[in-house]
Unconditional design. Structure first.
Length: 507
């Protein structure tokens, strides 16, 4: 599933043809220029007799250079190595039948979509794109066949298809973490410490148009592409052919390490035109660890606020440059203030990464490890200064709830969630912000449980189960205990200030 798509063109194969041409040119002996004389052989050199030229019509052709044979063998080995860790994701849900005429009442039908994912832990943890699984009623994962058997059509009974649970998703990075009940699975390492290089050979593996375990080859076309200037996310650009269904699959290097997660293409016709974009592995690693541990992504902060410099701002404040990022607020008791950061300091670099836009600064802090200081180079007047600012973790309301829960008392196993009552200090903090000041707050999903897709998310407040009002975990458990397998479950929830229903069947 991709955000945009188009028809494949011959340009998408240029990398493969160019590589073959270059290697072929290097391997075959070159003819000697006519304006140079061949060096006379020494008396100690034995000159071999010239081989007869092939006759006209002779069918035998020269053998392929050994370097091409080695390259071919390496590519075959790479495909066999990485394919077992790439899965096909089949998502079912509900959506409009047509979107052409939005003035008419939409016809809602059951929809099916196919994407890709990569196994990052042998115990069944899979990373994919958030847009592949967002809104899904059911998520299934098709594992590759043992031994890499991909020839011909695979009988349905031979495929290993498992139910998957969505542990968490992060819309800002378009990443999601799935869990299947399986162990000892093949995995691919994330290349999070080494930056990819422009021109580096890469391979995209996934299920374009539902064709599982398809491998395409290309190069890294560019780094740090930022399609939306208002967002901090930057992407790896590649010309490896990517099509709908590749979303969530890995972009790997010649060692089989994940360089990035294929996410979207720029296309006008629906297929690949050699403009594919992948989320860098360092972002994937960061989000994976956060989703696995917390169910959502934590943010780092330094106790300061910055904004982009405009020519008017620079002129009014007499700043030394008319572009970049300037500090506009420093918390007196925060780490930035303690480290010496001041208002009107212009941030030049963060962790040795050049900062010229606010998204660049946001990105640098977003991926910063909590156990390391932030290295800032700033311009104060005409003087450059280097500051080392301790990083602190941004603590939102959900983080506070996670600290307060007791897994033994908070677990709701039939729904596969951890929840807490709205009472005591929690009621004082959040009660006034709710439409209905009572209920049960969903804190997160239980990773060890494979349960039906309930549609519940962290932060949801459950107010009602079918016709029963829910004011505590005890009430919720009692209501669940009266349900049988196959019974309908309709939960009235409050999410982002609005009331809605989620429904499913008991299992």
């Amino acid at each position: 599933m991709t955000r945009s798509s188009r028809i494949p063109s011959s340009a998408s194969l240029s990398a493969a043809f160019l590589l073959t041409f270059v290697l072929n040119s290097m391997a075959w002996p070159q003819s000697q220029p006519s304006n140079q004389k061949a060096a006379a052989p020494s008396s100690a050199t034995k000159v071999p007799a010239p081989k007869p030229a092939p006759t006209v019509g002779e069918s035998k052709v020269g053998e392929a250079p050994s370097v091409l044979v080695q390259l071919n063998s390496a590519l075959e080995g790479l495909a066999a190595k990485v394919s077992p860790a790439v899965v096909q994701i089949v998502v079912t849900g509900f959506g409009p039948l047509r979107e052409e005429d939005k003035s008419q009442t939409a016809l809602i039908v059951r929809q099916r979509a196919v994407g890709s994912g990569v196994i990052v832990d042998p115990n069944g943890y899979i990373m994919t794109n958030a847009h592949v699984v967002e809104g899904a009623q059911q998520i299934r994962v098709a594992l590759p066949l043992p031994g890499g058997d991909s020839s011909g059509l695979v009988p349905i009974g031979k495929r290993r298809i498992l139910e998957a649970k969505l542990l968490g998703l992060h819309k800002e990075t378009d990443l999601a973490l799935l869990k299947i009940d399986e162990t000892d699975l093949p995995t691919l390492p994330l290349m999070s410490q080494q930056r990819p290089r422009v021109g580096q050979l890469v391979f995209a593996i996934g299920s374009p148009e539902g064709l599982a375990n398809s491998v395409t080859m290309g190069v890294v076309s560019a780094l740090a592409r930022q399609p939306d200037p208002t967002k901090a996310m930057t992407y790896i650009q590649t010309d490896a052919p990517i099509n709908p269904g590749n979303s969530g699959g890995p972009l790997v290097d010649m060692e089989g390490s994940v360089v990035g997660i294929n996410t979207f293409i720029l296309s006008s016709g629906g297929g690949s035109e050699g403009l594919g974009f992948a989320i860098p592995a360092r972002v994937v690693e960061f989000v994976y660890q956060s989703l696995r541990k917390h169910g959502h992504v934590h943010h780092v902060e330094i106790g300061a606020v910055a904004q982009e410099i405009t020519p008017t701002l620079a002129e009014g404040l007499k700043l030394p440059q008319r572009w970049g990022v300037v500090v506009v607020d420093v918390q007196p008791d925060g780490p930035a203030g303690a480290a010496g950061l001041q208002i009107q300091d212009i941030i030049l670099t963060a962790d040795d990464r050049r900062i010229e836009t606010l998204p660049a600064l946001t990105s640098a802090l977003y991926l910063h490890r909590i156990d390391q200081v932030v290295k800032l180079e700033v311009l104060r007047g005409k003087e450059k200064k280097t500051l080392y600012v301790p990083a602190i973790e941004h603590r939102d309301q959900m983080d506070q709830l996670l600290d307060a829960i007791n897994p033994e008392n908070s677990l709701v196993p039939k729904f596969g969630v951890l929840a807490v009552d709205i009472s005591g200090d929690l009621a004082a903090k959040v009660g006034s912000e709710l439409r209905i000041p009572s209920g049960v707050i969903v804190v997160g999903r239980a990773a060890e449980l494979i349960t039906p897709e309930t549609g519940l998310q962290a932060g949801d407040v459950i107010h009602q189960l079918n016709t029963i009002s829910i004011d505590s975990l005890a009430t919720l458990r009692t209501a669940i205990g009266k349900l049988n397998t196959g019974d309908p479950v309709v939960l009235q929830i409050e999410r982002d200030g609005g009331l809605s229903y989620v429904s499913f069947e008991m299992e």
